[in-house]
Design a protein around this ligand. Structure first.
Ligand code: DSN
Length: 411
C-alpha cells in the first residue's frame, strides 16, 4: 500500500490498525471469515472503475469485453459448486439479495412464512423494522423444545395462512433443515420455496451439508461467510424464475454491479471448487462439535441441544448469570470477538439478550483445530466466570494474542 501510505496517512493507519486487530484477535463471529490474498487483489482491481448495468452480452454501456469474462466465470463456477440452473452474482449483499427475490416472486401484500427471529431467523426474513415487512405480510414459525423446527406447526400455519412463499434459512440456528419437508408442505399449499443459505453456503460448497439448491425454487446467499469470498450476495434459482430474478435485480432494485467484487467472487468460487476447501469445511464441523462438547463440559447451556453446522448458540444468562451483552464486552477485553444474540423466546431485550453466538469459520481458516478449540472454550469460561477480575482478563488476553500469532494471517 505504498501509494496510500504516502497520500493518506489517516486511512492508511486505520487499515493497518484493522489488520493488526484481525491478526491478534480471536474472531468467533459466526458470519465472518478471512479472504485469500488473491481475493483481496481482485477486490482492489481496476474493475472498480467500470459501469456494467445489465448482464454479460446485454449491457447498457460499451467496453464490456473483460467484465463479461469475469462475470461469466463467476456464474459458471457458482453453477458448478451448487448445481444451480441459473445464477445471478450481482447482489451487493445478503439483504438486497433477499429483497430482490421477494420482488421477483411476489406482489405487495403477499404472505411469506419465515422463521421467527429469536428462533434463529434473520432480520430480512420479516422483522417488523424492515422495509420488506412493510411491503409483505410475514408470519413466523418456530422451533420445538428439542431444537428442531416444528414442521407440524409449519404445515398447520401454511394451511391456515396460505403463504405465497415459504422461506427457510437462518442466521443463528444450528441444526440441519429438512429440505424435503419444506418442499412437500409448500407443494400442499401451492407456495414457492426459498432458502437463504448465507450461513452454510461454504459447508454446502464443501459438501459437508446437503445442498438445498435442488430442493428450493430460489436460494439466496451471501458470499463472505463460510464460503470465504468477498462481501457480497448471490441468487441461485430454477430456470423458471431466472428472468424474474434478473429483472428484479436490474433494473428493479440495483444499478451498476460491482465488477471488482464479482471478480473476487469468481476467485473465491475457484478456491471453493478445490479439494482443500472440502477439507476446510470438514474441519469447520469438527471444530464446532469440539466447541459444543467443551462448552457443555463447563456447564454452558447450548440452544437447540448442540450443533450440526459451524456455530453454537449459548444461553450465557441461563448458564452463568451473565447477560449476552456483558459476555460480549468481557470477551472483547480478552481479544475474543463474538456477538450477543437472542435465544428462542428470549425473556431479555435484543440489545441485552440472554445468549451469545459463537462460530468457528474464521479461526478454522487460520488453521486452528480441536486442540486450539479446547483452549478457546477454557478461556471463554474463565473470562465469563471472572468477568470483573481485570488482572485475570489481562492474563487471558496475553495468551489469546500469543496463540493468534502462532496462526499468522496475511503474512
Ligand atoms: N450479519 C450477518 C450475521 O451475523 O448473521 C447476517 O445478518
Amino acid at each position: 500500500m505504498k501509494n496510500l501510505k504516502k497520500q493518506d496517512r489517516e486511512v492508511y493507519k486505520s487499515i493497518m490498525g484493522e489488520l493488526k486487530r484481525q491478526q491478534e484477535g480471536m474472531e468467533l463471529i459466526a458470519s465472518e471469515n478471512y479472504v485469500s490474498e488473491a481475493v483481496l487483489e481482485a477486490l482492489g482491481s481496476v474493475f472498480t472503475n467500470k459501469y456494467s448495468e445489465g448482464y454479460p452480452g446485454k449491457r447498457y454501456y460499451g467496453g464490456q469485453e473483460y467484465t463479461d469474462v469475469v462475470e461469466n466465470l463467476a456464474i459458471k463456477r457458482a453453477k458448478k459448486l451448487f448445481q444451480a440452473e441459473h445464477v445471478n452474482v450481482q447482489p451487493l449483499s445478503g439483504a438486497p439479495a433477499n429483497m430482490i427475490a421477494y420482488m421477483a416472486l411476489l406482489q405487495p401484500g403477499d404472505t411469506i412464512l419465515g422463521m421467527d427471529l429469536s428462533h434463529g431467523g434473520h432480520l430480512t426474513h420479516g422483522h417488523p423494522v424492515t422495509l420488506s415487512a412493510q411491503i409483505y405480510n410475514f408470519v413466523r414459525y418456530k422451533t420445538k423444545k428439542n431444537g428442531l423446527i416444528d414442521y407440524k406447526e409449519l404445515e398447520a400455519m401454511a394451511i391456515k395462512h396460505k403463504p405465497k412463499l415459504i422461506l427457510a434459512g437462518f442466521s443463528a440456528y444450528t441444526r440441519q433443515l429438512n429440505y424435503a419437508k419444506f418442499r412437500s408442505i409448500a407443494k400442499k399449499v401451492g407456495a414457492i420455496t426459498m432458502m437463504d443459505m448465507a450461513h452454510i453456503a461454504g459447508l454446502v460448497a464443501g459438501k459437508v451439508i446437503t445442498n438445498p439448491v435442488p430442493y428450493f425454487d430460489v436460494v439466496t446467499t451471501t458470499t463472505h461467510k463460510t464460503l470465504r469470498g468477498p462481501r457480497g450476495g448471490m441468487i441461485l434459482c430454477k430456470e423458471k424464475y431466472a428472468q424474474a430474478i434478473d429483472k428484479a435485480l436490474f433494473p428493479g432494485f440495483q444499478g451498476g454491479p460491482h465488477e471488482n467484487n464479482i471478480a473476487g467472487k469468481a476467485v473465491a468460487f475457484g478456491e471453493a471448487l478445490k479439494p482443500s476447501f472440502k477439507r476446510y469445511a470438514q474441519q469447520i464441523l469438527k471444530n464446532a462439535k469440539t466447541l459444543e462438547k467443551e462448552l457443555k463440559k463447563y456447564g454452558f447451556k447450548l440452544m437447540f441441544g448442540g450443533t450440526d453446522n459451524h456455530m453454537v448458540l449459548v444461553d450465557v444468562f441461563g448458564s452463568k448469570g451473565i447477560s449476552g451483552k456483558e459476555a460480549e464486552v468481557a470477551l472483547d477485553k480478552v481479544g475474543i470477538t463474538l456477538n450477543k444474540n437472542m435465544i428462542p423466546d428470549d425473556p431479555r431485550k435484543p440489545l441485552d439478550p440472554s445468549g451469545v453466538r459463537i462460530g468457528v469459520p474464521a479461526i478454522t481458516t487460520r488453521g486452528m483445530k480441536e486442540k486450539e478449540i479446547k483452549k478457546i472454550a477454557n478461556w471463554i469460561n474463565d473470562a465469563l466466570e471472572n468477568h470483573q477480575d481485570t488482572k485475570k482478563l489481562k492474563l487471558i488476553h496475553k495468551e489469546v494474542i500469543s496463540l493468534c500469532k502462532k496462526f499468522p494471517l496475511y503474512k
